[in-house]
Design a protein around this ligand. Structure first.
Ligand SMILES: Nc1ncnc2c1ncn2[C@@H]1O[C@H](COP(=O)(O)OP(=O)(O)OP(=O)(O)O)[C@@H](O)[C@H]1O
Ligand SMILES: [Mg+2]
Length: 416
């Protein structure tokens, strides 16, 4: 694509999402016209500044944000000034809370709903934590249960049950800092698995009951829905990086080569591999390359995959959620691409398991048709329903050429 040309995007508005993941940063730019989303730009870059979803090196993360956003901007032909970012990992915690208010004019209006959610939010949280989401689970009007949308209903007493998600204040602020350091304004922060679920689930699945497991590099982040509402969120501090580490240790090779072996030859079920298949393994520290059986590789991966899924299942069982998953479990995130994982999931969870790809949108829908893009596409979907579009601070008008001219000047000044 020519750097000097700018495109004028025909749309009601343009918005951007930045998935700051443990292994990579992904930026997605979308345009919305008549409530239809089109992906118009996508970019990604390896991220070396995170551990298990938490920023450990601000400089390295902002350095990863730069090329990812630039790539997406070049593709889209627009410059983004503001983004919604994702956050996840073991610092996230969640709990349920209830609130109750009197209905002012005997019929529930928006203001009553706002007040009852505020009442449910009025719980003490530790000073080092901050509330990220207050997700309504259900409402009750005069004791009548199971109401999703109480607007227009008659009664005198409105109750709400909400799921509150909190994050470590410093971890959240550091994520903000990274984006701001890369020159972006942050319009909001979205729980990673919430964003992913918005891009991979249908409304029917949410109504019937479903758990999404976003299997990333550092963590597995879960979100469960019943009757259309979020009922639980959770994290297991194990991800694709642990699979790679096990391969490196088990086969005595480097992390980089282990990652490649896992992606090229790994399977979550060793029975998927023929006994006689063999692969060459690079030695560590100048040692000679060796031939190993592909079954040995899959054996290492199978053990970790089963342990991880069993851990997740135990968590869901303890909360009584498994039996509520009428439409089963959806696996998404980069690490869910391991062949055999869906079949193993069917066996472990004993409910139907499927792979979660972002649902079809307009534009570059084929490019983002991979579980790795679930979160960043979900950020755009979240943005569509939660933003005052025009306040997205996306400057469409400035040409990419002008932007690069600006950079040229900066470089000139630097060398001067
Ligand atoms: N084809 C594949 N087979 C198996 N694993 C894969 C494949 N492609 C990518 N992965 C793994 O997926 C992981 C990265 O997934 P993803 O991009 O969803 O993570 P992330 O968002 O950076 O991390 P997190 O969500 O934990 O913060 C890596 O561990 C990588 O090894
Ligand atoms: Mg992720």
């Amino acid at each position: 694509m020519s750097k000097s040309k700018s495109k004028s995007v025909k749309a009601d508005y343009v918005l951007a999402g930045l998935d700051i993941g443990t292994t990579k940063v992904t930026c997605a730019i979308g345009s919305v016209q008549d409530k239809d989303l089109s992906i118009i730009g996508i970019g990604h870059s390896a991220n070396l500044g995170m551990r298990q979803g938490v920023v450990v090196n601000i400089e390295a993360v902002s350095e990863a944000i730069h090329p990812a956003t630039e790539e997406a901007e070049l593709m889209a032909g627009v410059e983004i000034g503001a983004v919604r970012i994702s956050t996840g990992g073991p610092h996230m915690q969640s709990f349920d809370s209830q609130g109750m208010v009197a209905i002012r004019d005997e019929v529930v209006v928006d203001e009553d709903v706002d007040r009852v959610i505020e009442a449910a939010k009025a719980v003490k949280i530790a000073s080092d934590r901050q509330v990220l989401h207050v997700l309504p689970k259900e409402f009750k009007v005069d004791g009548q249960e199971g109401i999703n949308d109480p607007i227009g209903m008659s009664g005198v007493r409105l109750e709400s049950s909400v799921h509150i998600v909190t994050g470590s204040h410093s971890a959240v602020q550091n994520a903000f800092r990274c984006a701001e350091r890369a020159g972006l304004e942050v319009t909001g922060l979205v729980l990673q698995q919430l964003a992913s679920s918005l891009s991979v689930l249908s409304a029917d699945e949410r109504n019937l009951g479903v758990t999404v497991i976003d299997m990333g590099g550092g963590t597995c982040d879960m979100i469960s829905y019943t009757q259309g509402s979020v009922v639980d969120t959770d994290v297991v501090p194990v991800g694709g990086n642990n699979f790679t580490h096990d391969v490196a240790m088990g086969l005595r090779t480097t992390q980089i080569f282990a990652e490649q072996l896992k992606i090229d030859y790994g399977t979550a079920l060793k029975d998927m591999v023929e006994d006689e298949e063999s692969i060459e393994v690079e030695g560590v520290g100048g040692r000679e390359a060796r031939n190993i059986s592909r079954k040995d590789l899959s054996e290492v991966i199978e053990a970790r995959a089963e342990e991880t899924l069993q851990l997740i299942k135990k968590g869901l069982e303890n909360k009584g959620l498994i039996e509520q998953m009428g439409s089963g479990v959806v696996l998404t995130g980069g690490a869910s691409q391991l062949p055999g994982l869906i079949e193993m999931g069917d066996f472990v969870f004993d409910v139907p398991v499927r792979k979660g790809l972002p649902v079809k949108t307009g534009g570059l829908t084929d490019v983002v048709s991979s579980p790795e893009y679930a979160t960043c596409v979900g950020l755009l979907k979240y943005g569509m329903t939660h933003s005052q579009a025009q306040s997205q601070a996306i400057q469409q008008s400035q040409s990419i050429g002008t932007r690069f001219a600006g950079w040229k000047d900066k470089l000139k000044n630097l060398f001067a």
